[in-house]
Each structure stands twice: as C-alpha cells, then as structure tokens.
Design a protein around this ligand. Structure first.
Ligand SMILES: Nc1ncnc2c1ncn2[C@@H]1O[C@H](COP(=O)(O)OP(=O)(O)OP(=O)(O)O)[C@@H](O)[C@H]1O
Length: 588
C-alpha cells in the first residue's frame, strides 16, 4: 500500500490488534473461550476414568458397580464436552461474524475517507485480497480455530498435571519430546518470519495477475494467446512455485523430525516405565496407563503445533488490514459552498509528484463558471492527474486549487464530492438494475428524475429495449452493452447528480458516428451551465471549447482558444496538424 503514512504511532499488532477490532464482540469471544476451557477439561476426564478402570481391573475388587460408575462418569463428561463445545462454537460464530461485519465496515468507512488515489495506486487484486481473503481468514480463526486452540492448550496441560500426580519421573520424561519440538518450532518460526511478507506479496500479485488474465481474456483470445503467453502471469506462477518449493524444502525436514518425535511417546515411557516397574518404583497399572497417556498427551500437544503456522498466517493478514487502517484519512475542511456559488476553479502554481516522480510543475489556469476547458497534450503529460487533484485524489505538493476562491482543503469532503462529477473513460457498471446504476448519482432521486436523466443522456431508448426496462439487472445473462451505451449510463448518473463542476475524460474508443453524435447530445445536456474540464484525445471534439490548456511534460505550455492557438503556430498547432492529417489518412 503506497500511501504516505503518519509515523511515530506505535500500536498493537497481530492477534491483539484483531481483538481491538472485535470491539464489543470480545465479550462473546471471551465467554466462548471459557466454554472451550470447560470442553477441554471434559475431554480429559474420560482418560482419568480409563486409568481408574485399569486400577480397578488390577485390584480385582470385584464390585462391578464401581467400574460401571467410571463408565457412566466418562460418558457424562463426553456429553458435556460436546455441549460445551457446541456453546463455544455458537458464541465464536456469533462473535466472528459480527467482528467480520465490523472489520469490513471499518475498512470500507476508512477507505472512503482516504485520498481517492489509493484506488489507482493499488491494484484491485490487492484490495480484494485484503477485503475478502484476509478478512475471511478472521472468521475461520475466530469461529473455528480459537475453540480448537483452547482445547489444544487445555488438554495437554491438564493431562500433564494429572500425570505428575501419578508418577513424577514418568511425567517429566514426557517433557523431553516437548522440549525438542519446541526448539524445532522456534527454529521454524525464525525461518518463517522473513518469508511471510514475501508470501503475502506473491499472493497479492497472484490475485492481481489472475484478475488481469480473466479481464483480458477476450483481448488475449483475439491475439490467439494462451495463459502461457501472458508473461507476467506465467512469471508470477513460476515465482510462486519457486517460493513454495524453497519454503517446503526448508520446513519439510524439520516438520518430519517433529512428527517422528511426537509419534514416539512410548519410546520414552516404555524403557523408563519398565525400569521403574522392575525396581518397584511404579506399579503395573500406572505403567500401562502411562504408555497409553504418552500417546494421548503428545498427539493433543501436536494439535497445538499445527496452530503455530495458522497463527503466523492470520497475523500477517491482520497486519495488512492494519496497514490499510493506518493510512491517514484526509483532513476535511469545514466550509460548505452554497448551491448558488460561483464555482470558478483556479489552479495556482500547482506542483504534484507521485512519490519522487514530479508530474505537475507550476500548473496555473482559471476555469470560469459555466465554461468548457479542454486539457490536451501527449499521453503522460499530466492532464488526468491535474483534473483528479480537484476532488482530492491526492494532495498537492505545493500551490493551491480553489473553488469559488476557497482552497479545496478548506471545503468539507462531502461537499467537495457533491461539487464535482467525474465521467471516467473507463466505465463502471454495477451488477444491479438500471435504476440503481443511474441513481448512484443521487440516491434520493425519484424514478421520474432517473428517467429524465436517462433521456437527457440519450440512453432511454436503449433501456426501454431491455427485457425489464429500468428494472433490468445489467449483470444478468444475455444483457450486453456497448462501450458507448455504458458511457451514456455514466453520463446519465452525472446529469442526475447535477454537480456544478464536471470532469469528463473523453473515451478514445466507441467512435462510431451514431454513438459520437449521441454522446455529444448527452454532453450538451450535461454540461450546460457547468464548469467543465474535458480531457480530450480527439481534438475535433473541443474546437469550440472556451479555452484549451496544452499540457506538456507536466506544465501548461499554452492556453487559448482553438483559433488563437492555431494562429500562434506552437505546440497545439502542431498537434492539430498531426491530428487532422491522421484523420485524413483514416478517412481515405
Ligand atoms: N497512480 C500513479 N502512480 C504513479 N505514477 C502515475 C500514476 N498515475 C499516473 N502516473 C504517471 O504520471 C504521469 C502523468 O499521468 P497522467 O495520467 O496524468 O497523464 P495524461 O496526460 O492524462 O495521460 P493520458 O492522456 O495517457 O491519460 C505519467 O507519467 C504517468 O505514468
């Protein structure tokens, strides 16, 4: 995540941060942990009854009722174990889903308050990974793994304490395999720690390239390319493969040794128990009991080990969530511009860099209320960036941008968003009805207002041809829209929003005559009386602009009307000549 962050604030990380996010759900999670402890204790009791039964058999007291009582006690505790487990699971699921909801809501609210540039700086694959996968892992962890972890801790500890009361040396010898595996786990932890960031980087990249591959499939097919030919995709898969192979080769031997140690409990209890038995320091029943319990004890302990890996995975996911939550929100101003404002937009010596790369230098221009300003220039000259600075996609390095004489930083964020409409080149269509797609522009709009906006955007006839007209779900099977139709839906949104400042990023595609004519009509309806910036790629569309700002390498090199700039014979005039000669060639 490449946003500038506030430094110095040290706060909790990993699981403790997760619990701080869980907020009031901590209570149900804590109660769930309590029931897990009870369930773990109940797991142990049947083993105790087994021991007592062995003693009974060896002592041969002959009263079968005693053995029966042991059996009944074991059964009751097994039943209670499941009851407590069920209560615990129910509570962890309630706590987990509420936490999930809370975390997703908090992330969404937070990213709604940071610079909009966050979404252009970070690929949708990375953001999706955080919002979907990392958050989803919290559910698995809180709902399923916490109860399992608690049981995995409680059972070996209780069993061990009980074993201490039966035979001190026999219990203590079980600490040898435990100590060996702890040492091996610490070694694995040390090896794993530096690998975790790389693992999440590769996973994020993998998500991102898979999304690109899926989105770009139609284009790839037209070029007869396969997934193998998409170099970035195959490189990322290879990197991932190499990474996991190297991780596996590091961990497999250690993990193997751990498993062998944990499976060989009797290797320790058998000889020592035999010796103690032969020297009359241990009775036969206790000896047999220890041989059985060494297997139970070490296998319940091995469950605990499995959670070490899960812990580090969840912790790195939570750290990524924290990274997003730590991105500072943009400071909102407190002024609100009234509806009847002037809405002149002024750029005054604006400088802006992406990291160290300076892309705008001393940009100054004045956009009068109700006028149309075209931003033209070579690709990468800084046109889009300059326009995006108005609704605070990013904050300026220096200089000011004012609306009606008020610096944008002094205007309330919400008000600023209300003042500006962006019609992007890349259209965004929600998987929802036409009504909802247009009403993004103004959620309180009536159906009549929505239809009026669609009519003004020249898209009403198309909508009426859809199976359910305005109620058609645009993501439904069989609904196909052209690029021009999608763009006119976006224009309808902007018409409905009726913001006084419009930024229109002209699409270079969808250039058929009919569509271009319809878009022009739609724009005539959208732009009337508005302060407009048109980022233009096809110069014939802006010859009537009130002013044209010619961008070159991050600076505005020329400002004027089409005619004055042609007369000047400078940069714009050259661009125009190149453009018209290309058009003539295309027309041939
Ligand atoms: N999010 C970003 N992070 C880093 N650099 C960026 C980002 N967006 C744009 N740039 C760089 O900033 C420079 C200006 O880009 P910008 O998109 O503003 O140019 P443009 O004139 O609008 O180009 P085009 O006509 O191709 O859309 C380019 O060099 C571009 O690579």
């Amino acid at each position: 995540m490449s946003q500038k962050k506030e430094s110095g604030k040290k706060s909790s990380t990993g699981i403790s941060y997760l619990f701080s996010l869980a907020d009031h759900n901590k209570k149900s999670l804590n109660i769930a942990i309590f029931f897990s402890v009870l369930s773990g204790l109940c797991t142990f009791v049947p083993y105790m009854m087994v021991f007592k039964t062995i003693l009974f058999v060896f002592n041969q007291t002959g009263d079968m009722r005693i053995a029966m009582n042991y059996g009944i006690t074991a059964t009751i505790f097994i039943i209670f174990r499941f009851i407590f487990q069920a209560i615990s699971l129910a509570l962890t699921h309630i706590g987990a889903y509420n936490t999930l909801y809370l975390v997703r809501r908090r992330i969404s609210e937070h990213i709604g308050e940071i610079n909009l540039g966050f979404f252009t700086d970070n690929s949708s694959g990375e953001i999706k990974k955080i919002l979907v996968e990392d958050v989803e892992r919290i559910e698995v962890f809180l709902a399923h793994q916490i109860p399992d972890i608690v049981v995995a801790i409680v059972v070996p500890i209780t069993v061990f304490i009980y074993l201490l009361t039966v035979s001190l040396p026999m219990a203590l010898i079980l600490l040898i395999p435990i100590t060996l595996t702890v040492i091996l786990q610490v070694i694995m932890g040390i090896i794993a720690k530096p690998l975790m960031p790389e693992m999440s980087r590769l996973l994020g990249k993998l998500n991102s390239v898979i999304m690109q591959l899926v989105n770009g499939m139609p284009v790839m097919k037209t070029f007869n390319l396969t997934a193998d030919s998409y170099q970035n995709y195959s490189d990322t898969i290879d990197d991932f493969n190499v990474f996991w192979t190297s991780v596996a080769s590091k961990f497999a031997p250690i993990r193997g040794i751990c498993n062998v140690i944990l499976e060989s409990g009797i290797f320790f209890t058998l000889p020592l128990g035999g010796y103690l038995y032969l020297t009359d320091s241990l009775d036969l029943s206790s000896y047999i009991f220890f041989v059985i319990m060494s297997i139970v004890f070490l296998s319940s302990y091995s469950n605990l080990i499995n959670f070490v890996q899960i812990f580090s995975q969840i912790a790195s996911g939570i750290d990524r969530i924290k990274e997003v939550m730590d991105i500072p929100v943009i400071k909102s101003g407190n002024l609100t511009l009234c509806d009847t404002g002037n809405y002149d937009v002024n750029f005054n010596r604006v400088r802006f860099s992406y990291g160290k790369k300076e892309v705008l230098r001393d940009v100054s221009c004045c956009l009068k209320k109700g006028s149309l300003t075209a931003f033209v220039g070579a690709s990468g000259a800084g046109k889009t960036t300059a326009a995006q600075l108005i609704p605070r996609y990013w904050d300026l390095d220096s200089g000011t941008i004012t609306i009606d004489g008020i610096p944008i930083y002094n205007i309330q964020n919400k008000n600023l968003m209300d003042l500006v409409s962006f019609v992007f080149q890349e259209t965004f269509i929600l998987g929802d009805t036409v009504y909802h797609n247009i009403s993004i522009g103004k959620t309180s709009a009536s159906k009549e207002d929505i239809e009026a906006a669609a009519k003004a955007a020249q898209i009403h006839d198309f909508i009426m041809s859809l199976p359910k007209k305005y109620d058609t779900d645009l993501s439904a099977e069989g609904i196909k829209m052209s690029g021009g139709e999608k763009q006119r839906i976006c224009i309808a949104r902007a018409i409905l929003k009726n913001a006084p400042i419009i930024i229109f990023d002209e699409a270079t595609s969808f250039t058929d005559i009919e569509n271009e004519h319809k878009i022009q009509l739609a724009l005539n309806n959208l732009l009337v009386g508005k302060t407009t910036i048109m980022i233009a790629h096809r110069l014939h569309t802006i010859v009537h602009a009130d002013q044209i700002c010619v961008f070159d390498e991050g600076e505005i090199k020329e400002i004027g009307t089409h005619h004055t700039l042609l007369e000047k014979g400078g940069l714009y005039s050259n661009m125009w000549q190149t453009y018209t000669s290309q058009k003539e060639v295309r027309a041939l």
